[in-house]
Design a protein around this ligand. Structure first.
Ligand code: HEM
Length: 578
């Protein structure tokens, strides 16, 4: 081929590519204009800024939080909530993609209720969760009949017997932590500096998961010289720590790279993955044998794992009698236990770190909480699961933290058919729409406020924005746990989601967190770390610094540095359990 023909061909190629590029650009601009028109027509922000949201290719390439461009669109966490508030004009935010579907960010209780309760019209977009199938399919990532099969088997595990076990384990872990942090050697008034509360909470949460979920023996400070089980290069707790703390790497890096690249970090994570899988399959084999041979029963072993395997075996044996029943495969059992570990670990650890940050910066609330704890846990009294119901202030402190710093920022759903969502702007100013009488005129008005949602539209519950609804949360930015002691709008508080797809581990998390907060605050006064607080810093600045958050798999505390000052009384040395 002579060079003239080659030149011609490359010119033609260039022409084709430029034409395609131009067509693509025109299509993007067309989609953008349509999105903008729709956003304006239904009064929804963010209008033109939709192009820069994280749901668009452009938005993903740009740095986060560029003033006036995308600063309030970083839904992983809105670092500039104040700016966001000013721009907010309505409740359903239509952030359209350069792709072919729209995103609705919903933060009106009426829309949230619809999204959570109308299971026919709104479903979970399972493709979004694909990466969480890494260890096997599970209850979080499935829908329809598949989901029902998983949920039926995992649900019985979340029982009072397990919660009692969780409570007890949490209290034991507290004493192990106190010993390891040398808190048991502190005199009354003595101070322990805790420079990294999130790290400590992560450790407590991993131990809780290993012990309460998997029944592993408690090993806060393991004997490193002790022999590892045969055929293993890591202990179980080390493997679960390696995977949990590097979850993002585990699921984001393709296996071929994760297992073969010669980087130290990847070697560590891939070994942890291999080890965790090997432990989990081994444990399933052993537990199945134990249960089948009658060597143990769920009343002896109360961990979540045992309940799950028992329920799956029961379902399998029911198969013979009831056609259609089906247990979980070993891979699905591993998938579910992994998801319990993942869903339970990060969320709880981060929430506890934020809780202690809030208490340290709100001394009045801390004393209000201490009053309750002192009554329920007089000196030397070890609280039991029965005391959970007597600690409403402690639970309220947890809820208020979750309202202000919800671990899960966005809960995705999609519309299965053409439908409408109730945009309820009046409720921002007037109160709950439900309480209004439904006269014909009002119903007509209500129809007008319904926003058309075409089939396939992604409708996200915007958990972060719900915190801002002053109608339901007077003085919304203030840390006021007492608001949860009376009636409150349940659809404006959905950190655990709600309805059939609500968090199955909610009670588990509440029990673990309440027990741990109770043990810490009963025995220590928490204050911002003296050593690292700059001179002249105001209370607001300290709170802002300590409660800073960043995105991640779930909302992540940046750094919470506190001083723990021992209160009077006992409770830092481990007593004998009966
Ligand atoms: C503060 C702690 C926790 C928070 C804030 C939280 C939040 C949530 C949220 C928002 C969902 C819905 C997710 C979605 O629809 O995409 C969810 C689902 C789920 N959570 Fe949690 N969670 C917590 C603790 C736990 C714990 C301790 C466990 C297990 C031991 C757990 C297990 C699950 C599971 C299995 C699902 C899926 C349920 C289903 O789809 O049927 N979570 N959680």
């Amino acid at each position: 081929m002579n060079s003239q023909i080659l030149d011609k061909l490359s010119m033609t190629g260039l022409g084709v590519w430029s034409t395609l590029g131009l067509l693509w650009l025109s299509w993007v601009v067309y989609k953008f204009i349509k999105a903008y028109q729709r956003a304006v027509s239904i009064r929804h922000h963010p209008g033109y800024r939709g192009l820069f949201s994280l749901t668009t290719i452009v938005g993903r390439l740009l740095p986060r939080d560029i003033p006036y461009v995308n600063e309030s669109l970083n839904f992983a966490w809105r670092t500039h909530r104040k700016a966001y508030n000013k721009q907010r004009t309505s409740i359903l935010s239509d952030i359209s993609l350069t792709g072919n579907s729209s995103y609705f960010f919903c933060s009106t209780p009426s829309a949230v209720r619809q999204l959570n309760m109308d299971r026919k019209m709104f479903r979970k977009p399972v493709e979004v969760y694909k990466i969480l199938k890494y260890f096997g399919s599970n209850v979080l990532v499935t829908e329809g009949d598949e989901w029902r099969r998983h949920r039926k088997i995992v649900a019985p595990g979340f029982s009072d017997a397990v919660f009692e076990h969780v409570w007890r384990t949490t209290v034991e872990i507290y004493f192990e932590m106190a010993r390891s942090e040398k808190w048991d050697r502190l005199d009354v008034g003595g101070v322990s500096e805790v420079p990294n509360v999130p790290e400590l909470m992560s450790k407590q949460s991993i131990h809780n998961t290993a012990t309460a979920s998997f029944g592993a023996p408690l090993s806060w400070s393991p004997d490193t010289k002790a022999a590892l089980p045969e055929g293993h290069d890591m202990s179980f707790v080390e493997a679960i720590t390696g995977v949990s703390e590097n979850m993002f790497l585990t699921i984001a890096v393709p296996d071929i790279l994760l297992f073969n690249l010669p980087f130290k970090k990847l070697r560590y994570v891939s070994t942890a993955v291999k080890e965790l899988k090997s432990y989990m399959y081994g444990m399933i084999r052993d537990r199945k044998q134990e249960i089948k041979s009658g060597e143990t029963s769920s009343t002896v072993r109360r961990d979540l794992f045992n309940q799950l395997i028992t329920a799956s075996l029961e379902e399998e044996s029911a198969m013979e009698k009831t056609p259609g029943s089906q247990g979980l495969t070993d891979e699905e059992l591993v998938g579910n236990t992994f998801i319990f570990a993942l869903a339970g670990h990060e969320t709880s650890a981060h929430t506890l770190a934020f809780t202690f940050g809030y208490l340290a910066t709100n001394p009045d609330v801390q004393e209000w909480l201490f009053e309750e704890l002192n009554q329920v846990m007089p000196d030397g009294h070890l609280p039991s699961y029965k005391d959970f119901a007597r600690l409403p202030r402690t639970l309220a402190v947890l809820y208020e933290t979750l309202r202000l710093h919800p671990s899960v920022n966005i809960i995705p759903k999609y519309a299965t058919e053409d439908t409408t969502l109730l945009d309820d702007p009046d409720s921002w100013f007037e109160g709950d729409d439900q309480q209004k009488s439904q006269s014909a005129e009002e119903m007509e008005k209500e129809e007008k406020r319904r926003v058309f949602v075409p089939a396939g539209t992604q409708c996200q519950i915007d958990v972060v924005n719900l915190r801002e609804l002053a109608v339901y949360w007077p003085n919304p930015d203030a840390f006021k746990p007492e608001r949860f002691l009376g009636d409150y709008e349940k659809d404006a508080f959905v950190p655990f989601s709600a309805g059939a797809r609500g968090c199955i581990g909610r009670r588990f998390a509440e029990v673990e967190s309440v027990a741990f907060i109770a043990m810490i605050v009963r025995h220590f006064r928490l204050t911002p770390a003296k050593r690292t607080t700059p001179a002249g810093e105001t209370t607001e600045q300290t709170a802002e610094r300590l409660l800073r958050a960043k995105g991640g798999l779930t909302l992540t505390p940046v750094k919470v540095e506190l001083d723990f000052t021992r209160r009077d009384g006992e409770g830092v040395a481990r007593p004998e359990f009966d």
